[in-house]
Ligand binder design. Structure first.
Ligand SMILES: Cc1ncc(COP(=O)(O)O)c(C=O)c1O
Length: 409
């Protein structure tokens, strides 16, 4: 006999997701994901794969041939890059400015690399000189850093780091999951060797696919670690001279051959996620990458000015804030969780709490992807204003939306 849970259809409530991500997916992306599956080696499917590669080359502003998707959430992309670039014992330098620098450290440790870190306090970014000094001292094979760290809302300036890496023959990898297309990141101009991202922030999709790109230098190195699986291997296949990659699923040498002309079998493609990732890129390209960055700046500033007009103190170094997320201190006279819960339960709006040293101290509010819009900004400000005052806040009332509207004018 069936009970209620077995027969009820999944029907999530309407929510406006204004935290640091995930955010509401663009309806066009959801539509693309519901398209019917086709076979993995159907020429139409391989055509879609090539088209997806081409779209992400434009999104990333790169000519890198090896621009493809890793099936999994953003950390799948990070893990694929790090485990493929780093042999056990290789040195990697990770500048840590928040939670996600710690994540890169953790993943590199599990790849058995020799991990070196430098740190700045949460809310700050690194100067290029600090990174160059550490590179000279440590002589790493790879520099691995985060561009936008949502845990602190900071956007690490990267334009001079590629030159430093080139000068010292270091492979430059960046995790731009939270910042891509909300903040500038021209991959070739800034000389990145590897980049990984996710869909669930400014790209306006759900999490579950991690687009990456690799420079020729990174590709040449990874190919030296190539190993082809028994069962699909032919006499023509040659293994690389370096120790093979310690993960099968994340072995970029095999994944590149699967996305490349040989179409060498690897995993079963997550077809619905490929449709999804491809549509995310198409929507960005329709708008234009630079226009997307400018839209994130416009709405990010509108919410920033609104929050300041509400009398809230902004966390961190505003000059280096990501366009798409802002942190504000929770006023001492209110219970932060009660305010957030009321926003969710009475208004259906979600804003973010925070991690580690900032837990219970700041809220994080995102304006990104499909939700970087005037209506969402104004609704969030009006709702926060109401919920703060309903919970005993003593600061200004009614000013937040007016400040945002003034910015839009
Ligand atoms: C900068 C950054 N890197 C990595 C991740 C991890 O992503 P995922 O949870 O999709 O694996 C996130 C998630 O918020 C992030 O913001």
């Amino acid at each position: 006999m069936s009970n209620k849970t077995q027969i009820q259809m999944l029907n999530p409530p309407q929510r406006l997701l204004m935290g640091p991500g995930p955010i509401n997916a663009d309806p066009r992306v959801l539509r693309a994901m519901s398209a019917q599956l086709i076979g993995q080696y159907d020429p139409v499917m391989t055509g879609f794969m090539n088209e997806t590669m081409a779209r992400y080359r434009e999104v990333f502003k790169t000519n890198n041939t090896q621009t493809l998707l890793i099936d999994g959430t953003s950390r799948a992309g990070i893990e694929a890059v790090l485990v493929s670039l780093l042999r056990p014992g290789d040195k990697v330098l990770v500048p840590v400015m928040g939670r996600f620098g710690h994540l890169l450290t953790e993943i590199a440790q599990r790849a058995k690399a020799e991990v070196h870190t430098i740190e700045v306090p949460w809310g700050e970014v690194f100067k290029p000189e600090q990174i160059e000094e550490a590179i000279k001292r440590i002589k790493p094979r790879v520099l691995a850093m985060v561009q936008g760290d949502t845990s602190t809302t900071m956007n690490q300036p990267l334009q001079h780091i590629g030159d430093i890496c080139e000068k010292h023959d270091v492979l430059f990898y960046c995790d731009a999951t939270a910042s891509i297309v909300g903040n500038d990141l021209p991959v070739d101009e800034w000389k990145l060797d590897a980049l990984s991202v996710g869909l669930q922030k400014c790209l306006g999709g759900p999490s579950g696919s991690a687009p990456i790109t690799l420079s020729d230098k990174a590709v040449d190195w990874i190919r030296q670690r190539k190993k082809v699986e028994a069962g699909i291997r032919t006499d023509e296949h040659k293994d690389g001279v370096e120790p093979f990659i310690g993960s099968n699923y994340f072995d970029l040498s095999m994944i590149m051959d699967y996305w490349g002309e040989e179409r060498l079998n690897h995993h079963t493609e997550a077809t619905s996620m490929l449709y999804c990732a491809s549509e995310c890129a198409r929507i960005v390209l329709e708008e234009g990458v630079d226009n997307s960055v400018a839209r994130h700046k416009l709405h990010g500033d509108a919410i920033l000015f609104g929050l300041q007009a509400l009398g809230l103190k902004v966390f961190g170094d505003i000059k280096n804030k990501m366009n798409n997320v802002v942190g504000v201190y929770i006023p001492s006279e209110v219970d932060g969780d009660k305010v957030r819960n009321q926003m969710l339960n009475d208004f259906g709006i979600e804003i973010g709490t925070s991690f580690g040293p900032l837990h219970g101290k700041i809220w994080r509010i995102g304006t990104m992807g499909y939700n970087a819009r005037k209506d969402t900004v104004l609704q969030t400000l009006a709702c926060l204003d109401a919920c703060l005052h309903a919970n005993g806040y003593k600061g200004p009332s009614g000013e937040a939306t007016l400040a945002a509207l003034a910015h839009y004018k």
